[in-house]
Ligand binder design. Structure first.
Ligand SMILES: [Zn+2]
Ligand SMILES: [Zn+2]
Ligand SMILES: [Zn+2]
Length: 127
């Protein structure tokens, strides 16, 4: 089913594209400066996750962040096996492109992967 692109959807999408990093609801709300309300942002982000446009990261600060997917919309199952990095100083959350494989006990089946490393990003670490 093809979904209609509303102006709000386009605004959220381009905010994520411009940011080039993962954004929380609050940051998106800031970025969009009131042009899209909070509830709509929540709804759009959930839909993006279902459609393989974005994925959700629950970081170690307890907040949810959303990052654009490379091309998950072509995959049948929407899953990720990369870690995320959160900078404790500038609060930037980004996808680490290295794929991670974890050896689970026999008979276990992984469906979600949520790994977050926090520390200092390149810009903050070199201060
Ligand atoms: Zn994805
Ligand atoms: Zn930083
Ligand atoms: Zn990611």
């Amino acid at each position: 089913m093809k979904r209609r692109n509303t102006p709000s959807k386009t605004a959220v999408l381009s905010a994520l594209e411009r940011a080039n990093t993962a954004l929380s609801h609050d940051k998106l709300l800031d970025t969009l400066a009131g042009s899209v309300d909070r509830a709509t942002i929540y709804r759009i982000l959930n839909r993006f996750c279902e459609d393989g446009i974005a994925h959700r990261i629950v970081a170690d600060d307890g907040k949810q962040y959303f990052a654009l997917c490379e091309d998950c919309s072509h995959q049948e199952e929407h899953s990720h096996n990369h870690f995320h990095f959160r900078c404790l100083q500038c609060d930037r959350v980004e996808c680490l492109t290295t794929e991670v494989s974890v050896n689970l006990p026999k008979g276990y089946l992984a469906e979600n992967f949520n790994g977050v490393i926090s520390g200092k990003c390149r810009a903050c670490g070199s201060l």
